[in-house]
Each structure stands twice: as structure tokens, then as C-alpha cells.
Ligand binder design. Sequence first.
Ligand SMILES: C[S@@+](CC[C@H](N)C(=O)[O-])C[C@H]1O[C@@H](n2cnc3c(N)ncnc32)[C@H](O)[C@@H]1O
Length: 308
Amino acid sequence: MAHYARSSGNLAADRRYDYARHSAAEGDHAVAADLLMQTVELAPSWPAAWFALGEAREASGDATGAIAAFERTALLDPEGSFGSTLRLARLGAQASPASPPDAYVRDLFDQYAERFERHLLKGLAYRGPRILAGTIDRACLATGRPNRFGTAIDLGCGTGLAAQEIGPRCEVMDGVDLAPAMVALAKATGLYRKLEAAEMRAFLEDYADATVDLVLAADVFVYLGDLEPLFAQVARVLCSGGMFGFTVQVATGPEFNLGPDLRYTHSRVYLERLAHLHGWSIAALDEASIRQDRGIDVPGLALVMAAP
Ligand SMILES: C[S@@+](CC[C@H](N)C(=O)[O-])C[C@H]1O[C@@H](n2cnc3c(N)ncnc32)[C@H](O)[C@@H]1O
């Protein structure tokens, strides 16, 4: 998803950009690329136009031209909010980043927030929190642990769907999400004790050692490749017998990969290695698709790891 709402400050450039957007939406990517070339000539420092040019060139089969446009976007957008490094990785022009830029995820979900639930629940048949709730049930049965938790943290809480599903079995639930617009919607549910718009690993740093009973992450790790630093923080805050429940999209490679849909996938072997690193047991694991892509179930896993 791209970021289109910004003006170049040059009316003629803005107009060409709008025509280009229209052509791209009609599937006419070569025409869009021509119009965007004119746009960047008029407004050479406008990252939105360079990014759109990269997209139009990529869609019309001009990979070399797309790489040049995304490289220019990256220079003009040091925060990385367009996610051009992900596009460059997908085109083979650079290695996949270990995680996407925070600004990219934040902007993506800030723009998406209003239609998130409608689109995800109806359009993509999203059922992450419900599946995770079932996996937690099985994990509690398997370990003999009561299915009640004191303090829970919902990482990447989005609009608060996990709190609706899993909140009733927790005394308090805190939440964190990079996107302020998602946090505002989560706040409106009234289900969280504390909510912050922040990066999830930084958010965990505020918790004392061994003070949290349950950590959740439903459909969040598709936006984080290297899980190791985050898992280390989770291991620190989880109390003895605490649980960590999350979903992933399944990788075919050895550890984690950036897929063509610009989401990260993780392999089972990688997750088992991380569990082993912290002395966690895998209390329950379900092979389950939590979402569809163009009507087809995306293969996924829901896991609950239990701290010793
Ligand atoms: C697909 S949504 C899922 C939301 C929610 N967990 C649910 O099940 O409905 C992924 C969410 O994770 C958030 N997110 C991704 N990476 C994050 C990070 N590093 N720190 C905090 N939030 C993050 C996004 O902003 C987005 O709201």
C-alpha cells in the first residue's frame, strides 16, 4: 500500500500525479510511468512521485527503472515511510531488512485504521484472535495452568480485537501499537488499562522483570523479520509459568523471509530455536490460517510458548 496524500507544492506536478494515479488504477501502468516522469521533472524532491514511479515501472515490467525510482525515494525519505527498502529487497536490489522501518508500519496502519476491521474481518476472513484464544485454551489444558491471567500485554494491538477475544480471562490488559490511529480505536473499546502508540520492544522495556503473565501478538510478526531481540524482552518480562501467544505466516526458508506480499514469514524451526534459547516449552501449536489472500487461506501457525 502506498502513501499518496501529499502535495508537491507545484500545482502542475500535482495534476500530473493525479492523472498518473488514475491511469495506474485503470491498469495503465506505462501511461502512469510517463506521467510520473513528467511529475518528477517538475517536482524532483517529491518522494511520493518517485515512489509511485517505482510502482508504475515495476507493474509495467521495468525492474531496472523501478529500482532507480525506489532508490531515489529512499534518499528523499530517510524515515522510510514509503517502505522503499522493502520494494528494493523484493526486486533483488538489496538484502531484506531485518524489520521494516517503523515509519512505514505506522503510516500504513494510520491510513488503514478506519477501514481495518471491515476489510480484515469481512474481506480477508481474519480470525487471528479467535484462533489464538483456542490455542491458549489448549496450552492451559496441556500444562495444567489455570486459564486466568493477571497482567497481559497485547503487542501490535491494532483496534483491540484480541482484547475482545482474550481480555475476559485477564485481570488487566495493556496494549501497544505503532499507529496512533489504531491506538485511538483500541482506546475507544475501553478494554485496556494502558495504551501507547510506540514500538513494541521499546514499550516492553518499561516493565520490570518477571511481572507479566501473558503476552499476545496476533498477526503482528508479519511486520517483523528478526524476532530475536523482541523475544529477549518478552522472556525478561514474563513471570514463571507465563505464556506468550502469537501467530505467524509460515516460511518455506530456514528462518524468516520477506515475501512477495511484503510480509515476513517465519519457519517452525526458527521459532523452536528461539523457544529453546529462553527455556520455553511449546505448550500448544495449531496449524491454522488466520487470513485469506485473494480468497485463498494463507498458511499460518498459532503458538503458545510457556516460560519455565
Ligand atoms: C494486522 S494488524 C493486527 C492487529 C491486532 N493484533 C489484531 O489481531 O487485530 C498488525 C498491527 O501490528 C502493529 N505493529 C506492527 N509492527 C509493530 C511494532 N514493531 N510495534 C508496535 N506495533 C506494531 C501495526 O501497527 C498493526 O496495527
